[in-house]
Design a protein around this ligand. Structure first.
Ligand code: PRE
Length: 373
């Protein structure tokens, strides 16, 4: 190797080693902050602090002739590491009441996640699952919160068959549909009721920046502690009615999962060489394959329940599929011209969001590309 190149690479190695030392130092400070925040009961994720810090470092970077995006990427990735470190130190427990939290379905994937986070916050958690259902009456007899985390198809039955709960016990569920479970909970329990829909899967490493949708049922004030606990975990909460929730989800979830399923179903029938498709795919296509493929690494029952949760007996599914047919007819009758005309109408409907999504996706694709070797 040319000795000049070798010397420069040595210098890069030294600079990178310094970067490692600095990152280690930052993470150690962040661990200390985590400890202090635990003591003070402050949230894991502090968006205002992050925004201020990023703006400051972007300005520093630009002043030094570096792109602001570079330091922002590094800091955001490092802050993700902060969440991980701070999570292991546990969280302040908002509700000092010593009574236990009962998680019904606590051995399921999402149930386990809530069990872990409640335990990280110092609550006593009683897990109920198929193998110890006989413990349910005793477990709920002095429960602070009963959280139903069973598959969608079983939720209503499990709620209807719950034993009597203490009158001040909060009854909540984490099902991805909200109207029916909420009605079932209100019918079964006369105390505080709240519907929750975590907008994440069980594999998320931390809850920082994750969203939980909340559909109030009865006596919302009695669930305040739970909402505050979520905030300490770094979760962002949005409140809406169960009806609004289910309507929005039929757009967000039913269509997303249906499209992915049909795409995967179609691929499997066409039976191409998947290995080759992956190799030929640039980041955007790879991302698309990932969005589809990841579905099939999860539970078919879950997605069947979500797709079937579509209100009005699959009417959204039917309308969506009819649109494929409409597009086919459009292509057959009017060809390119018809397609472009409809395309422009859709673009108008998206308005400034189209540009915004394009920008956001470019950023995302850069990250996907960076992570490939
Ligand atoms: O300042 C804090 O509260 C931190 O926990 C540190 C830190 C960071 O790594 O800079 C991490 C998480 C917060 O969202 C904000 C900032």
């Amino acid at each position: 190797m040319d000795p000049r190149l070798a010397a420069l690479r040595d210098a890069i190695d030294a600079a990178d080693a310094e970067l490692v030392r600095i990152l280690a130092k930052r993470l150690e400070i962040s661990r200390e902050i985590g400890q202090l925040k635990h003591e003070l009961g402050q949230p894991l994720y502090v968006p205002s602090r992050e925004a201020e810090l990023i703006a400051g470092r972007r300005a520093d970077a630009e002043h030094a002739g570096l792109p602001g995006d570079l330091i922002e990427d590094i800091l955001r990735r490092t802050m993700r590491e902060s969440y991980q470190r701070q999570k292991h130190q546990g969280f302040r427990r908002v509700n000092p009441d010593q009574r236990p939290i009962v998680v019904v379905g606590g051995k399921g994937a999402l149930g386990q996640l809530f069990v872990k986070w409640f335990e990280l916050s110092g609550y006593a958690v009683h897990v109920i699952d198929k193998d110890n259902q006989n413990e349910l009456p005793t477990a709920v007899s002095d429960a602070l919160l009963v959280l139903i985390a069973v598959p969608v198809a079983q939720t209503e039955d499990v709620i209807a068959n719950l034993p009597e709960l203490p009158s001040d016990c909060v009854l909540a569920d984490v099902t991805s549909i909200k109207q029916k479970p909420l009605q079932a909970m209100l019918a079964r329990h006369s105390g505080p009721v709240i519907g929750l829909h975590p907008m994440f899967g069980p594999s998320v490493p931390t809850l920082a920046k994750q969203t939980i949708l909340v559909t109030p049922g009865r006596d919302h004030a009695a669930s305040d502690w739970l909402i505050q606990q979520f905030a300490i975990w770094g979760v962002q909460v949005h409140s809406l009615t169960a009806e609004q929730h289910d309507k929005a989800m039929s757009m967000i979830q039913v269509m997303r999962h249906l499209s992915s399923f049909v795409y995967g179903y179609h691929l499997s029938k066409e039976n191409p060489d998947l290995e080759q498709l992956v190799q030929l795919s640039s980041p955007i296509y790879r991302l698309e394959l990932m969005m589809v493929g990841r579905l099939f690494a999860q539970s078919g029952e879950l997605y069947a329940d979500i797709i079937q949760s579509d209100q009005d007996k699959l009417s959204m599914v039917r309308r969506y599929l009819k649109r494929f047919d409409d597009v086919l007819k459009l292509l057959e009758t009017e060809g390119r011209e018809g397609f472009v005309r409809e395309f422009e109408k859709v673009a108008l409907w998206f308005g400034p969001y189209a540009e915004g999504f394009l920008r956001e996706s470019i950023n995302l694709l850069q990250h996907t590309s960076d992570s490939r070797s």
